[in-house]
Design a protein around this ligand. Structure first.
Ligand code: SAH
Ligand code: SF4
Ligand code: F3S
Length: 461
């Protein structure tokens, strides 16, 4: 029987499962996709088996990352068959951008492909899919449109949140796909960033991590209240965000050595909330290789930047990224990388074997290095970096540090948090510290984490 007064249609709850690969920008984007889909009735579920929509937010940076995505898609296809074809599969992120059509061809179970600049169009795409009309592949570049169109509200989970302030890259390092998958450098405006930071602080976030592929290339017109006018750089933005009530800790990642401006360096000396941690990828220590990589800086330039940062903030922890086996890298070049590592002393680092990426200049270079040589170099580099990480962490034993506990540890009964220096810290009193800043005495260290004893719960930075 028809209802004379049908109630206003509430969207039926549907399960959403997003799996995220790659960098923090993808983590941020996945959170924003969740925000975009919420008004349509999509609620996060714990496993793809319970989902009506599965989104793979993919990474294209190395070949392995892309292959992982295709094998995951194979598993999802089987799952989709078991649900009688009801489940929807979307591929988002950098592989979607780079190989959208190829994905559609290679895996027909995929319903939608959406590049990193088009997440705000997801509702429209889902509607098209339901009507079985129109395009379900969106890979246009319009970063400004994306940020403007994303919902102003944000769900938060925990006291730490990512905030994308910059997207894309114009540096064109010869090995890297990012300028092709994320497009040209784009900086969000100060007002939009500050509004988002306030929204996060209002919801109880005390640590904000400013994100960008090249976050220190961020720049923007000074807001009206700044009588100096002109252009702001990341240092100005950090000083401004530090004034928002409730923001106790600020981080930013990832930076390019060529964009470490004086004001940003100075901020490390005089902005109390700015954490003493700098992730500054160098990639290699040989000037010849840096040049072939189109990094636009020398090893000496890098060392000088580190020296300047350490002058204003002597205890800063420095992290980096390395690539071994770039085309043409000789034993001597590799020794230069080891020498740079010894000269700096890193607190942590990511190191990778060079992976040739289609469409990048380095993929076509002569003298590609053999896999066995890459393996051997990676092993040597990682042993050195591990020793440095262990030494850095050992030096914390006996000290008291403020740790922001953001999530339960995988270890039973323990909580996991981060020190100001970005070290993982485990303590036993999980219930007392959850989602808060606490003072911890460090008792033990491995190369990847610290173990501590809770001294005081609920402190401020
Ligand atoms: N925007 C950041 C990081 C980009 S990707 C920056 O400029 O540093 C993260 C890291 O992946 C890079 O720092 C680099 O070390 C690594 N990487 C990028 N392309 C790679 C490739 N083709 N092979 C191996 N590692 C790569
Ligand atoms: Fe890639 Fe270089 Fe841009 Fe970093 S700076 S994203 S490594 S092109
Ligand atoms: Fe990967 Fe794209 Fe980030 S290629 S590292 S997800 S910008």
């Amino acid at each position: 029987m028809a209802d004379a007064n049908p109630p206003v249609a509430q969207p039926k709850t549907k399960g959403l499962f997003i799996k995220t690969y790659g960098c923090q920008m993808n983590v941020y984007d996945s959170e924003r996709m969740r925000d975009v889909l919420k008004p349509l009735g999509y609620e996060p579920v714990d496993a793809p088996e319970q989902a009506d929509l599965v989104v793979l937010n993919t990474c294209h940076i190395r070949e392995k990352a892309t292959e992982k995505m295709f094998s995951e898609l194979g598993r999802l296809r089987d799952l989709k068959r078991q649900t009688g074809g009801e489940m929807r599969i979307a591929v988002a992120g950098c592989v979607a951008q780079a190989e959208g059509e190829e994905i559609m061809r290679r895996q027909p179970a995929v319903d939608m492909v959406v590049g990193p600049q088009a997440y705000h169009r997801l509702p429209e795409m889902i509607a098209k899919l339901a009507r079985k009309t129109g395009d379900v592949l969106e890979t246009d570049f319009a970063a400004d449109e994306k940020f403007d169109a994303l919902p102003k509200t944000r769900e938060v989970d925990g006291p730490s949140a990512f905030l994308s302030v910059q997207e894309g890259c114009d540096k064109f390092c010869s090995f890297c796909v990012v300028p092709y998958t994320r497009g040209a450098e784009y900086s969000r405006g100060v007002d939009a960033i500050v509004a988002e930071a306030r929204e996060l602080a209002r919801k109880g976030v005390s640590e904000i991590v400013l994100l960008g592929q090249n976050v220190n290339a961020w720049h923007g017109a000074a807001p009206a209240h700044d009588s100096r006018g002109g252009e702001w750089g990341l240092g100005d933005l950090i000083r401004h965000v530090a004034k928002i009530g409730g923001v106790e800790r600020i981080r930013y990642t990832t930076s390019h050595p060529g964009d470490m401006m004086d004001d940003l360096i100075d901020a490390h000396g005089d902005v109390e909330q700015l954490a003493p941690f700098l992730h500054l990828p160098v990639q290699a220590g040989s000037d010849r290789i840096l040049k072939a990589m189109n990094r636009k800086h020398t090893a000496e330039d890098y060392l000088r930047v580190i020296e300047r940062v350490r002058t204003v903030r002597p205890d800063i922890a420095v992290a980096s990224d390395f690539i071994v086996g770039f085309p043409g890298e000789t034993d001597k070049d590799f020794e230069d990388t080891l020498a740079l590592v010894k000269a700096v002393g890193f607190s942590q680092a990511y190191s990778f074997k060079y992976s040739a990426r289609p469409g990048t200049p380095a993929a076509g270079m002569q003298l590609q290095v053999e896999e066995a040589v890459k393996d051997e170099r990676l092993g040597r580099l990682q042993r050195l970096l591990n020793d440095q990480a262990q030494a850095f962490n050992d030096a914390m034993i006996g000290r008291r540090v403020k740790v922001l506990f953001s999530r339960p540890s995988r270890r039973q009964g323990q909580a996991l948090g981060y020190s100001p220096y970005m070290q993982s810290v485990h303590v036993d009193d999980a219930a007392r510290v959850s989602n808060s800043m606490a003072e911890v005495e460090i008792l033990g260290a491995t190369m990847s984490s610290l173990k501590g004893r809770l001294v005081e719960a609920e402190v401020h930075a």
